[in-house]
Write a protein that binds this ligand. Structure first.
Ligand SMILES: N[C@@H](CCC(=O)N[C@@H](CS)C(=O)NCC(=O)O)C(=O)O
Length: 340
């Protein structure tokens, strides 16, 4: 055989026998070797990502990071947080400084398809809202014509806002801030008539800064802001691990599997639950993980409802309702794809 033909034949056989995932080195291997998941997170957003006085990070986004560590390493505490501003976040993911970005980041077409990164799922459905001082008596967005509005740089909010008001022939004066804390100080110091953010971030600012008596959020939202973890584009195996870790938290809620009862459920007879928790093998193997990956998430982090309630729901200062973040069979949008 001609030597070139021989090389091509060997290459063809190799390609046919190598599993689809194994063609390039996945970040999954890097994380397993390192023994830690590195997550890009918000510098400080109560309910989603905030370090307490002991330096311990808490929040819905931190739980997502911990869930991936539980799935991959069997230990939800094997995580390292890299706090990032809105401006820095995508570069940090592109450059490989972090394994995943879980930083209240809105999934949009241009981010998902145009930045060399990809979304893996939605861990919180949000929308862009506006906060005003109660004494301003503004009840409706139409009344913001002529207003000065504080907005953060590098977010979806600047463009959403200018489009919204322009299409309604209303003039507004944006005051753009590079840093969210500087913006909050400026707004609560009276620099702007209104401030815009994801509505969850506004609720967080009200709660963590104790401003509920004097400020209020206008109920109308001007955009859809589906927030969720991003990974680098082209690493399907790692993307699958992050995506199914999120689905596992939702699936557990749907099946009534909680941190407290997961051991009991593991001894039950429902074959779907047994496959989900890894008592019957298959899911772990497909993902390149230990079969107990989902069990470890629920045992160590909890299901989605448990994470939601303790971080942003009834058990937190934010007191957010589930609303669109309820499960699909409870009137919401959260729909874990089948874990089998
Ligand atoms: N979901 C929006 C907003 C995300 C966001 O970063 N919001 C706040 C934090 S709650 C912010 O503007 N931060 C500016 C900063 O990094 O300091 C997006 O993905 O663009």
């Amino acid at each position: 055989m001609h030597p070139i033909k021989a090389i091509l034949a060997v290459a063809a056989v190799t390609l046919m026998t190598v599993p689809a995932f194994a063609q390039t080195k996945s970040n999954l291997d890097t994380v397993k070797a390192r023994g830690q998941v590195i997550c890009g997170v918000n510098t400080g957003l109560g309910g989603f990502s905030l370090a307490d006085s002991q330096g311990k990070w808490k929040g819905l986004d931190i739980d997502m990071c911990g869930a991936v560590a539980a799935a991959v390493l069997g230990d939800a505490t094997k995580i390292k947080m890299v706090p990032l501003t809105a401006q820095q976040r995508f570069t940090a993911l592109q450059s490989g400084e972090i394994d995943m970005l879980v930083r209240n980041s809105t999934i949009t077409l241009q981010r998902d398809a145009g930045l060399g990164i990809q979304y893996t799922g939605v861990n919180f459905y949000d929308g862009q809202g506006f906060m005003v001082a109660k004494k301003s008596a503004v009840k409706d967005l139409k009344e913001l014509g002529g207003a000065t509005i504080c907005v953060a740089q590098g977010t979806t909010h600047e463009a959403n806002m200018s489009g919204y008001f322009r299409s309604r022939n209303l003039q507004i004066k944006p005051v753009v801030y590079e840093n969210q804390d500087v913006m909050y100080d400026a707004f609560f110091g009276g620099r702007c008539d209104a401030m815009t953010q994801d509505s969850s971030a506004l609720a967080s600012a009200l709660a963590t800064r104790n401003k509920g008596d004097d400020y209020t959020v206008i109920p109308e939202l001007i955009s859809k802001e589906p927030l969720g973890p991003f990974v680098r584009r082209g690493d399907d195996q790692w993307a699958a691990v992050v995506r199914w870790s999120l689905f596992a938290m939702l699936e557990a809620e749907e099946r009534g599997v909680t941190q407290a009862n997961v051991d009991e459920q593991m001894k039950g007879t429902d074959p779907m639950v047994l496959t989900f928790l890894g008592a019957k093998e298959g899911n772990g193997k497909a993902l390149g993980l230990d079969e107990k990956w989902a069990y470890n998430i629920i045992k160590q982090v909890g299901n989605y409802s448990e994470s939601f309630e303790r971080n942003v729901g009834a058990g937190s200062p934010l007191k957010l309702q589930r609303g669109v973040n309820a499960l699909w069979n409870k009137g919401g949008l959260m729909y874990p794809l089948p874990l089998r």
